[in-house]
Write a protein that binds this ligand. Structure first.
Ligand SMILES: [Zn+2]
Length: 406
């Protein structure tokens, strides 16, 4: 297996077996066979990039009915408003600045830029969410961002001051084309800013469910710096973010354009000290994850045998990995409740657990709720205080299997 970034040799370290598309919620009775792929992760011995060993064709994942909405969580809405305000305050120069966002989703970030009267463009391949962005007054191009599209945008709109991407770059195996596109589109002092789940947090928290079809790369400062340098960029800033279970925001500028902040050297040193991208560290992570799986299956099986009622909370994309890797079906979790209308009335991918609306959660409350959206744990537990007051307990499986409540 070859690294998608540098063609170096990949070493596998974790294997989650046969997995479905994480956002393909199945209609009951649909005779069409589900698409499955082999979910396994490796690390490159040359550039240290962690990545999936099998790539799922992008059109299977990012299409008209892509169901994830950036605006779905109040915490995330606030987060993206903060991002927009900061980009507007610090990165825009000249009389007519231009901001581009890759994978703008429903326009949660760009809405604030649009409201400020700043020229902008969202590039978004998933048609349904792109239409939502357009309806909010955000200018959108329905496309996958790559070198050719970047050149066309440059020709039409001129150079960009900032290219921003949240939870998008790690989705894109052909990242070469993104970086050469960024090089074509950015003005000389412009920056590419992107934030994605951080390999360091995935290993520390054992958050193996960050690994699913859509997350192709698992970035860290060392691998991002190596990737940037291949395209004439330098990693000039990093910032740890508490969202989505731990992310890092990386800022790339052309080499020589900016002096890297001390935060870059600090994070690189921390990664080096803990051996983050070493095979032994990553294989140890995989062994701990396998132990979590055994614990979770033992707990749920025990609860079923006692006759306890267990529901799932949050039919997230990441839940596909835990449900399928652990072999959790409707015999262990009666249903999963979720606020996304497009998922309700359907079955979870591969594991075929019914998805119901949020009202089903309290009617009546279960004895236990498996928190599949653990990255929003605080927000959800604050909203569902009545569940705990009724004696309910949350089951979490990150960083280890544990109960919260009662
Ligand atoms: Zn590599």
């Amino acid at each position: 297996m070859e690294c998608r970034v540098c063609s170096g040799k990949l070493h596998g370290f974790a294997d989650f077996g046969r997995q479905p598309l994480s956002d393909h919620f199945v209609l009951p009775g649909d005779p069409a066979p589900e698409f499955f792929f082999h979910l396994a992760v490796g690390v490159c011995e040359d550039c240290s990039m962690a990545q999936l060993l099998e790539e799922v064709p992008r059109e299977r994942m990012f299409h008209e009915s892509y169901p994830y909405l950036s605006s779905g969580s109040a915490v995330m809405r606030e987060h993206f408003e903060g991002v927009a305000k900061r980009l507007l305050a610090t990165e825009l120069t000249g009389p007519d600045p231009f901001v581009v966002e890759l994978g703008c989703n429903d326009g949660t970030m760009l809405k604030t830029v649009a409201d400020a009267g700043v020229r902008h463009l969202g590039v978004e391949p998933s048609g349904g969410v792109a239409d939502l962005a357009a309806a909010r007054g955000v200018r959108v191009r329905k496309d996958f961002f790559e070198a050719g599209v970047a050149a066309a945008v440059r020709a039409a709109d001129g150079p960009a001051d900032v290219i921003y991407a949240a939870n998008t770059l790690c989705h894109i195996p052909y990242v070469d084309s993104i970086l050469s596109g960024a090089d074509a589109l950015l003005r000389p002092g412009g920056v590419l800013v992107f934030e994605d789940p951080y390999l360091g947090d995935i290993v520390t928290r054992r958050s193996f469910d960050q690994i699913y079809d859509e997350h192709f790369y698992f970035f860290c400062a060392a691998s991002v710096r190596a990737m940037a340098r291949r395209h004439g960029f330098e990693l000039v800033d990093v910032e740890r973010l508490p969202v989505h279970g731990g992310e890092v925001r990386y800022t790339l500028a052309r080499r020589g354009a900016r002096t890297p902040t001390p935060a870059v050297a600090a994070l690189l040193a921390e990664e080096e000290a803990r051996g983050l991208t070493e095979l032994a560290t990553l294989r140890d992570f995989a062994a701990r994850v396998a132990a979590n799986r055994d614990d979770l299956v033992a707990l749920l099986t025990g609860l079923r045998d006692q006759g306890a009622r267990v529901y799932g909370y949050g039919a997230t994309a990441k839940s596909a990995t835990v449900l399928n890797y652990c072999g959790i079906g409707p015999d262990l979790v009666a249903f999963v409740c979720d606020t996304t209308p497009a998922k309700q009335g359907r079955l979870t991918p591969g594991s075929h657990i019914p998805v119901r609306g949020p009202e089903a959660f309290a009617d009546p409350y279960p004895d236990y709720a498996l928190l599949l959206a653990w990255n929003h744990a605080e927000e959800i537990m604050a909203k569902e205080t009545a569940f705990r007051e009724a004696g309910g307990r949350w089951i979490l499986y990150v960083p280890e299997v544990h109960l919260v409540g009662a």
